[in-house]
Design a protein. Structure first.
Ligand code: TXA
Ligand code: MG
Length: 323
């Protein structure tokens, strides 16, 4: 089937209440018509996700936010203008009619115009909002290729659109504009500094991003099956050696020139954007059961690495937050 035929088929499925996995520049999404409750219920059931978790509604055009949100502040337009289409989700006050399955029963809604050409083509052809969480089973790593989606969800979706590897590779930056000052709910491809520059306004980070939370504070977390540990560059040789001494197979995701003498080493890129592009695919590759532990050399703690550190901390179980 040509890509145009694929899009036409996807639109027909969405209109009929089907569930379609599609590529975005961040991660693959599992999409359904955001006005069709029955279709939305299927998303939750395919993912195994609790129904009180809200879904992001994906739109073709920034102007469509007015269909879904009200009392939209100027900062929202400033961010939309600068970053859409792109890896940014805005949390705004919802319109009264929006389904509780989309909002998780809250007064707010998450909206995003993705940049991937296949996603945009799909959204333009469909015309309405497509609600889509990441196309993974609940609690697992987001898929960054169509093959990952097939591994995660099998034939759960009615169709999986092919779009290659996601160019950003980690989920969108989520900014809430519902309170007096903008708040980053999830760091992503767009840095806090870039957000502030576009809005001409400070953006707040929740405490969970500023400091590391004690494990076990929230019930569910998001991690590979293989334990993942963040280790400082200086400690890496000793930690790797101590696992080897116990007869454990340790894989290493290194940032410096470190190479493990005893196990597999993946040299990760020193640029945060390139690191984000590789991150989930590398974790997936190392999580196949061939290692007892994944040792990750801790990235710098600077703003440019905020999203990477957030995802690594979640994957290591240091931050337990629901997905
Ligand atoms: O990059 C992305 O954002 C990807 C692609 C597919 O667009 N989507 C994604 O969706 O990561 P999901 O459902 O896996 O994560 C969305 C996060 C969830 O943590 C959800 O709780 C939060 O966004 N969220 C959605 N709507 C919200 C709302 N109204 N208020 C607060 N958080 C919201
Ligand atoms: Mg997700």
């Amino acid at each position: 089937m040509s890509s145009q035929e694929q899009i036409a088929k996807a639109v027909t499925l969405l209109r009929a209440g089907g569930v379609v996995a599609f590529p975005t520049e961040t991660v693959y999404g599992l999409g359904a018509d955001a006005t069709n409750d029955e279709a939305l219920r299927r998303i939750f059931s395919i993912k195994g996700r609790p129904a009180d978790h809200p879904l992001i509604v994906h739109l073709a055009f920034p102007t469509q936010i007015q269909d879904w949100a009200r009392d939209i502040p100027a900062a929202a337009y400033a961010l939309a203008e600068r970053f859409w289409p792109g890896p940014l989700t805005l949390i705004l006050r919802r319109r009264a009619w929006v389904s509780a399955l989309v909002t998780g029963g809250q007064e707010t809604i998450g909206l995003r115009v993705p940049a991937h050409p296949v996603a945009l083509e799909l959204l333009r052809a469909f015309g309405g909002g497509v609600a889509a969480p990441s196309a993974n089973r609940f609690g697992r790593i987001s898929p960054t290729s169509a093959e990952h989606v097939r591994q995660e969800l099998g034939d759960g979706p009615d169709l999986i659109l092919e779009g290659g590897a996601c160019s950003v590779g980690i989920e969108s930056t989520i900014v809430a504009l519902t309170d007096s000052s903008p708040l980053i709910l999830r760091p992503g491809g767009i840095s806090p500094a870039a957000l502030e520059e576009a809005m001409g306004q400070k953006v707040e980070l929740p405490g969970t991003l500023q400091t590391v939370r004690a494990p076990g504070m929230l019930a569910s977390h998001y991690a590979p099956a293989t334990p993942l540990r963040l280790v400082g560059a200086q400690q890496l040789p000793a930690v790797a050696a101590s696992f080897a001494a116990e007869g454990k197979r340790a894989a290493v995701m290194a940032l410096s020139g470190y190479r493990s003498a005893t196990g597999q080493t993946v040299a990760m890129p020193s640029d945060p954007a390139a690191y984000g592009y590789d991150l989930y695919a590398v974790i997936r590759m190392l999580d196949g059961g061939q290692h007892d532990v994944i040792l990750v050399e801790r990235p710098p703690r600077t703003g440019a690495w905020l999203a990477i550190n957030d995802r690594l901390q979640r994957a290591s179980g240091v931050i337990h937050r629901e997905r």
